[in-house]
Design a protein around this ligand. Structure first.
Ligand SMILES: Nc1ncnc2c1ncn2[C@@H]1O[C@H](COP(=O)(O)OP(=O)(O)OP(=O)(O)O)[C@@H](O)[C@H]1O
Length: 623
């Protein structure tokens, strides 16, 4: 490969952006947008291949927003020109969203199964990565028990499986002590030297860590106030008549300057960098040499001969003097990086589905405490119901108790199945967003695996609750009737779970736990409306009631208990009006309703919520 070919290959791994704006809508309340707020103000810049670049700035400057915008992790509200090869990039979030119940080895297995076509090399690649990131001894530890630094290394290890060229990391050193943070940055430096483009945000690095970077991009109030090599920071500030005091770290100094309350220096410094269009590099004579930062992306092919001069200039900032020696860790990372030539090709949807199913089932069984609590909850609720309605199931004089039994059972299922995903699913959405963004899998196989993998648990929990309730309340000893009773419970729980997932995929835990009950309340109202004057209910209301799956569930349960030519109930008094089940069905105006029709309605409502969930998830993952 001659020099110009080399440069073009490197260039395809660069990240360049021009006039990027990021605007968010500000809301007065849930319904009203009160205005817009501009977070990024037309910034430009470039991050070169083979370099470790830092986006720095005071808190709230827009560092994460810039990282999200240029990586494509956030798209809504972002405008401007961004050049970056998406299929070669990965994003590592600040909070290291992992499947916390899986061990390091299981997570690596998952990443390999989803990313590598040729699985023969899986064990070798896994060991290589884990050894080199010093995680091999933690193979059997679950992600939730890892330390902050180990978790960060695990995030990197998982992405290294398919050897991407561009890494975006949001605050990789947050929560780490100085030594661990320095180790982490040196590891990233070694990865960059292996031919990757590494861009990370960092709040205020120490002087040592500052000098590990090849390139620094400082943001303040959504504008670029410096871009260039760390060595060039002090000479750059001199251009604006700002003298960094002796023994003061340039990173501390520049942040303090731009973090002043009135921010009066921000426009002047931003002008000096042309809001990121200029990059400053220090030459050997310590004279500043401003270069054009955004040069390649929008130039026509024929203008490219300018490139070599540009790279020659920026290469000066990556010389060894800034790095300060190479540790054994750097050498190791470099060596193993060379061996990582993975053959990532498209993995079929079916294989993604199978791998994800396996992992989801493993996760369900791994969450033993949650599983035990759920089982006990269903068993105890069953016993509680059984005791309240003990042997009342065949009493012809207790019509209201029969109705309370059906309504109570449906409400117990609905509340349990709606609230669990509302409280647990929002955390998973973050993992899904990260993993789909990093091309572990696509949304459809994930969604299918999620739906199918939860079925066995649903069946088990429902059978537990329904069986105890059915037999204790003294309903007819007919196995087929019991089967229908359980099937109704299962259908209701699947609809309720779908609704919980749709809410969990759309809202945060705080908002979801308000929205969930808010939606259930009117559905409950519709469920119990007009039981004592059912035949007089208007047509419009009847239609509305069909949308309440709680109502549909109650009617289905009533049919399961009293329909299908059930024999007359016992009567202790002289006369029991409802001892003939047909009288009760007629009173409730459901004597002509077919069970099949009810199942059809429940299936449609289930489909509706599950489609809503899918749409919401897709929107969240692509926002
Ligand atoms: N979706 C959003 N809606 C409203 N405001 C937002 C949104 N995203 C970011 N902001 C605001 O934009 C500003 C910049 O946020 P950002 O997270 O990018 O800052 P940062 O420099 O990374 O800060 P920190 O170092 O504290 O993490 C903050 O004031 C933040 O509140």
């Amino acid at each position: 490969m001659d020099q110009s070919q080399n440069l073009l290959a490197k260039q395809s791994k660069d990240v360049e952006f021009q006039d990027v704006y990021y605007t968010v809508k500000e809301r007065k309340n849930f319904w009203r947008v009160s205005g817009e707020r501009r977070i990024l103000n037309g910034v430009s810049g470039s991050f070169r291949n083979g370099q470790l670049s830092a986006i720095m700035g005071p808190s709230g400057a827009g560092k994460s927003s810039l990282l999200n915008a240029i990586s494509g992790f956030r798209r809504d509200g972002v405008t401007g020109n961004i050049k970056m090869k998406r299929d070669n990039a990965c994003y590592i979030t600040q909070d290291d969203h992992h499947q916390t119940l899986l061990t390091v080895e299981e997570l690596m297995n998952l990443a390999c199964d989803l990313k590598l076509k040729n699985r023969h090399k899986k064990a070798e690649i896994m060991t290589d990565i884990l050894e080199n990131l010093h995680l091999n001894h933690r193979r059997n530890v679950t992600a939730e028990k890892l330390s902050g630094g180990e978790r960060k290394r695990l995030s990197i290890a998982l992405e290294l499986v398919d050897n991407p060229n561009i890494f975006f990391l949001d605050e990789p050193t947050s929560g780490l002590d100085e030594v661990t943070a320095a180790q982490c940055i040196r590891m990233l430096q070694a990865m960059a030297q292996e031919g990757r483009t590494i861009v990370c945000t960092i709040h205020q690095p120490s002087a040592t860590i500052y000098n590990y970077f090849d390139s620094i991009y400082v943001l303040a109030k959504g504008q670029c106030v410096y871009q260039g090599s760390p060595r060039a920071t002090i000479p750059f500030l001199r251009l604006a008549q700002l003298d960094c005091p002796r023994h003061y770290s340039p990173s501390d100094y520049i942040i303090e300057l731009v973090d002043a309350e009135d921010g009066h220096l921000v426009p002047a410094l931003s002008d000096l960098t042309e809001n990121g269009k200029l990059i400053y590099v220090a030459s050997q004579s310590d004279q500043l040499a401003p270069q054009q930062a955004v040069t390649t992306m929008f130039l026509e092919q024929q203008k490219r001969p300018f490139l070599p001069a540009f790279f020659a200039g920026s290469a000066a900032s990556t010389d060894g003097t800034l790095i300060g020696g190479t540790s054994a860790l750097l050498e190791q990372v470099k060596a193993f990086s060379k061996r990582l030539h993975t053959d990532r090709r498209d993995i079929s949807g079916l294989r993604q589905f199978i791998v994800l199913m396996r992992v989801m089932l493993l996760r369900i069984t791994r969450a033993r405490l949650a599983l035990t609590i759920q089982l006990f909850h269903h068993l105890l609720c069953g016993l509680f119901f059984g005791l309240i309605f003990f042997q009342l199931g065949n009493q012809g004089g207790r019509m209201f108790d029969h109705l309370k039994f059906c309504i109570g059972a449906v409400l117990m299922i609905v509340y349990t199945q709606v609230m669990v995903p509302i409280l647990s699913y929002p955390a998973e959405v973050k993992v899904v967003k990260k993993e789909t963004f990093n091309r572990w899998y696509t949304l459809t196989p994930y969604y299918m695996a999620l739906t199918v993998s939860r079925l066995p648990l649903q069946v088990l929990l429902n059978i537990t609750f329904m069986a105890v309730t059915y037999w204790m309340s003294g309903l007819p000893q007919q196995f087929w009737r019991f089967g229908i009773f359980v099937a109704v419970g299962l259908m209701i729980s699947l609809v309720a779970e779908g609704m919980g997932l749709a809410i969990g995929a759309t809202f945060s835990i705080t908002n979801g736990s308000v929205v969930g009950p808010m939606i259930i309340a009117p559905l409950m109202g519709l469920a119990v409306y007009g039981f004592d004057f059912a035949p007089q209910i208007s047509g419009g209301m009847q239609l509305l009631m069909k949308f309440s799956y709680v109502r549909v569930g109650v009617v289905s349960l009533v049919l399961a208990v009293f329909g299908f030519q059930r024999e007359e109930l016992d009567c202790d008094a002289i006369y029991c009006h409802f001892s003939d089940p047909r009288v009760l069905l007629k009173f409730l105006d459901v004597e002509k309703v077919s069970m099949l029709h009810q199942f059809g309605l429940l299936a449609m409502l289930m489909l509706f919520f599950r489609v809503m969930m899918y749409i919401s998830l897709r929107k969240r993952c692509s926002a």
